[in-house]
Design a protein around this ligand. Structure first.
Ligand code: C5P
Length: 224
């Protein structure tokens, strides 16, 4: 039977890397729910609804209907890429700038409603691995396997920093750490479905685990 796997946790806990591997191994669909919040944020930046000085929440909410988010599988890379109104934005949404606004956009109830509904649709037939902040607590409360990934803020910032440097982005470790800590705070304090571990989720602290160890551990949990 194809099950539903919900993986939640703080920013840059390495959820997506292991989630993709598990999905590929099981022949499941992987959905990066954070990419959807990032897509809405990117749209808001493009349309001038958000910048460092202002945030026009009403303007963004009024235009939510015009936002079409889709995932298309890329055979070359072996995972799905995110499209905003038919434009491939997979690379554009991973910048520190998008990261600096995304948690504020994710606080908006109307944004969450829209994305949660689409996420439920994407996973309605099972055989899905979805990662995010509220997958086990809101999106798939009945998921057969729920995981909650944790790691120290420093470990997470180091990982995110290396990713950004590898992409060629000009960032400092301090700025990345600050962003990770800010998002942790906003994500766990917002009034609408704040980030918490679902009661029935299994916690995995991967600070000192290799990717292979995480993969093996999760596969073991899938098979029990
Ligand atoms: O997973 P990622 O770090 O790409 O997510 C970016 C942001 O999107 C998070 O910091 C959080 O504010 C928001 N998010 C959310 N609910 C989810 C997934 C992401 O609020 N299910």
């Amino acid at each position: 039977k194809k099950i539903t796997i919900a993986i939640d946790g703080f920013s840059s806990t390495g959820k997506s890397t292991v989630a993709k591997q598990i999905a590929n191994h099981l022949g499941y669909v992987y959905v990066d729910s954070g990419a959807m919040y990032r897509a809405v944020t990117y749209y808001a930046m493009q349309q001038g609804f958000i910048d460092v000085n202002h945030f026009d929440i009403e303007g963004l909410v009024a235009n939510l209907k015009t936002i079409d988010i889709r995932f298309k599988f890329n055979n070359k890379f072996g995972f799905a890429e995110v499209y905003l109104n038919d434009m491939n934005i997979e690379n554009d949404i991973r910048t520190l700038e998008v990261s600096s606004f995304v948690s504020k956009v994710a606080e908006i109830s109307e944004v969450r409603q829209k994305l949660v509904e689409q996420q439920k649709q994407l996973g309605k037939d099972g055989g899905v691995v979805m990662d995010g902040r509220d997958i086990g607590t809101v999106v798939f409360t009945d998921a057969e396997l729920k995981l909650f990934m944790t790691a120290s803020a420093e470990t997470r910032a180091e990982r995110r920093y290396s990713e950004l440097i590898e992409r060629g982005d000009a960032v400092t470790y301090e700025a990345v750490l600050k962003n990770v800590q800010e998002r942790d705070y906003i994500d766990s304090h917002r009034k609408d479905s704040p980030l918490t571990k679902a009661k029935d989720a299994i916690q995995i602290d991967n600070s000192n685990m290799t990717l292979q160890e995480q993969f093996d551990k999760i596969l073991e949990l899938v098979n029990v």
